[in-house]
Design a protein around this ligand. Structure first.
Ligand SMILES: Nc1nc2c(ncn2[C@@H]2O[C@H](COP(=O)(O)OP(=O)(O)OP(=O)(O)O)[C@@H](O)[C@H]2O)c(=O)[nH]1
Length: 308
């Protein structure tokens, strides 16, 4: 038998009241890197915030909308969505900043999380660098008591500082323990901390290149012209409008990309749209136009912008 531990892959999300340090911890874990790839089917319909690549695991951090005390039916529905996510991930990290006393906001979140009984929960005492060891000890006791009060058995309780790096690796090790054994869901692909427009452009480019990479090796560039949430949509049914141009170098390449009666371009659009939705966690309307980049070829800055 091999002594190599099995590879694990799966999903985690961070829960915590505003300012609890979720984003900072996500960035620290991911190392400011977000991996985007289009060569594998996305396995989550939630927004991927970052992917932690470890030797023996791949931890995909997904985003959830904030949970609020429901005052309306819509509020309740939104909370249902959040709890569905909590039930779908493999482990939940609950961020409780050591710099603050546990308050009603924390209590509400933790008691809601307790209702998602089957997902393991790791308590993270964030912002450890801001407090004395005595205060941290007190905080850890409070966390223990809070768990008991709401019926959560913490899988572990970890002090961590995202800004100093203290125990950030321990957090990823601990979260990874709860992932199922499985192959990486994302390849070790391109790593970037680019803004969303660039990531979206890259997804469209990948979709367009699929199957024609040999014919059009470096000839496709994509520019996202505009990306906006459509106005007037109900809060629980957002739609993101994405207007993008797909630039080719020569007229003769148009046929390859567009296909018979536009069939290939329609496929490219559909594939890209699915990917963008998985990345951003929002339904997307994608308007994709094919253009020739002749004018760009004399414009060095424009070419660079397009990635030629
Ligand atoms: N000193 C210190 N500050 C931190 C740490 N983590 C986060 N912060 C700060 O705390 C503030 C909130 O951090 P965020 O990561 O944005 O918190 P969040 O939970 O994502 O907040 P929301 O997006 O509002 O839900 C920021 O000013 C961070 O710089 C930490 O480990 N140490």
């Amino acid at each position: 038998m091999s002594s190599t531990p099995e590879f694990r892959s799966g999903f985690a999300c961070f829960v915590g009241r505003p300012n609890a340090g979720k984003s900072t911890l996500t960035n620290a874990l991911v190392g400011r890197k977000i991996v985007i790839t289009s060569s594998k089917p996305q396995t989550t319909r939630h927004a991927v915030r970052g992917i932690v690549h470890k030797d023996d695991a791949q931890l995909i951090l997904v985003d959830t909308p904030g949970l609020h005390k429901p005052r309306t039916l819509l509020g309740e529905r939104l909370n249902d969505i959040v709890k569905t996510t909590w039930a779908e991930v493999d482990v939940i990290g609950i961020c409780l900043p050591a710099s603050d006393k546990i308050g009603p906001g924390d209590r509400f979140l933790v008691s809601e999380a307790a209702k998602v009984a089957r997902t393991p929960k790791v308590a993270l005492a964030t912002k450890a660098d801001l407090v004395s060891p005595e205060r941290m000890a007190e905080h850890l006791l409070e966390i223990g008591r809070l768990g008991e009060a709401v019926g959560i058995e913490w899988a572990s309780v970890i002090p961590v500082s995202a800004t100093s790096g203290f125990q950030v690796d321990l957090v990823s090790d601990e979260l990874a323990k709860f992932l199922p054994v499985g192959m990486p869901l994302y390849p070790d692909g391109e790593i970037t901390d680019e803004p969303e427009e660039t990531l979206v452009a890259e997804l469209i480019r990948e979709a367009a290149l699929e199957g024609v990479r040999d014919e059009l090796p470096h000839s496709i560039a994509v520019l996202v012209e505009e990306m906006n949430l459509r106005e007037g949509r109900p809060e629980d049914k957002p739609l993101l409008d994405v207007y993008a141009s797909l630039y080719l170098e020569r007229d003769s390449q148009k046929g390859i990309i567009i296909g018979h009666k536009g069939s290939r371009l329609a496929d490219v659009g559909a594939r890209a749209r699915t990917q963008i939705e998985a990345l951003l966690g929002t339904p997307v309307y994608l308007d994709l136009h094919v253009k020739i980049a002749k004018n760009w070829q004399t414009d060095a800055k424009g070419l660079r912008k397009l990635g030629f």
